[in-house]
Design a protein. Structure first.
Length: 288
């Protein structure tokens, strides 16, 4: 790794052989160094990954603001999150998560802990795995710092772990996606006039599909693998579900300005069929 920029004696911007950038922290790592020099690996104490939501300059500013103990604690939480949730929980999430945890600890110390969060119910229903781990993270904070943060803090923490799936984009993009996912499920409920079935696996698969649809759309890589024969068969045999999928595609397309193609509509239809299977079975039971 070579030095691309020197911020101070303890912080430099390094670039590895693949062109990846890292903000490198370590006592003396920038002392008497010059741009282009090799980074002394023996001096590195921490390395941070700049991202869309946290530029190198922002990371350097936060390093000065966030206590080292908070960074160490957050690093352990990220490592555990990677083990529990998957490899998508990378170092990209470290700085924004540390910033949030450090601020939450300061709020608690000032007697101004978080008491509510706007997306509480959406996060609880859409991201159960991330929410469960966020509560584990709160337990890690309490064990390490002796501070019991309120359970509501699990909601924004969960959003950070959802955010990790998309390469640490600005957290606001994940908040917006969450609102869209909630509206999509609401559209299905509106169409069927009653609560969806209790198949949590079907809901989880659908939400996962929507999250990847969002990721593809944001990258301009919309799915276009339609099988016309299958589409026609489903359109004829499941006209209501196909119509709902078209409504969802229209909503998503208008919200983001994306073209949601026929192949994506087909997959949306399959998920709607799975989500509403219990309702159709109940209707058959009532009819008999």
């Amino acid at each position: 790794m070579r030095i691309a920029k020197i911020f101070n004696n303890s912080v430099v911007l390094g670039v590895d052989e693949a062109g990846a950038e890292f903000v490198v922290f370590g006592r003396g790592v920038g002392f008497q160094a010059r741009r282009g020099d090799l980074v002394d690996e023996s001096l590195i104490e921490r390395r941070f990954v700049p991202s869309e939501g946290a530029s190198a300059e922002r990371i350097v500013a936060l390093i000065d603001e966030i206590p080292a103990a908070d960074l160490d604690l957050t690093s352990r939480i990220v490592d555990e999150g990677r083990r529990v949730l998957g490899d998508h929980v990378t170092e990209h999430v470290l700085v924004p998560l540390a910033d949030h945890i450090s601020f939450a600890l300061r709020r608690a110390g000032e007697g101004a802990a978080l008491t509510d969060y706007p997306l509480k119910w959406e996060v609880m229903s859409l991201y159960p795995a991330e929410l469960a781990f966020a509560r584990r993270a709160l337990a890690m904070v309490e064990a390490d710092r002796g501070v019991a943060l309120p359970d509501i803090e699990a909601v924004p923490l969960a959003l950070h772990f959802v955010n990790a799936q998309f390469g640490a984009r600005d957290i606001q993009a994940t908040v917006d996606m969450t609102q869209v996912l909630a509206r999509v499920l609401e559209i299905i409920r509106e169409e069927y006039g009653e609560a969806l079935g209790h198949d949590e696996n079907a809901v989880a698969r659908f939400v996962t599909h929507l999250r990847y649809l969002y990721a593809r759309g944001a990258k301009g890589a919309a799915r276009d693998d339609e099988t016309p024969e299958l589409t026609q068969a489903i359109r004829l045999t499941q006209p209501r579900e196909y119509a709902v999928a078209e409504r969802l595609a229209t909503f998503i397309g208008e919200r983001y300005g994306w073209e949601v193609k026929a192949g994506e509509v087909l997959y949306l239809t399959i998920h709607v069929i799975r989500l509403t299977a219990g309702l159709r079975e109940a209707g058959v039971a009532r009819a008999s």
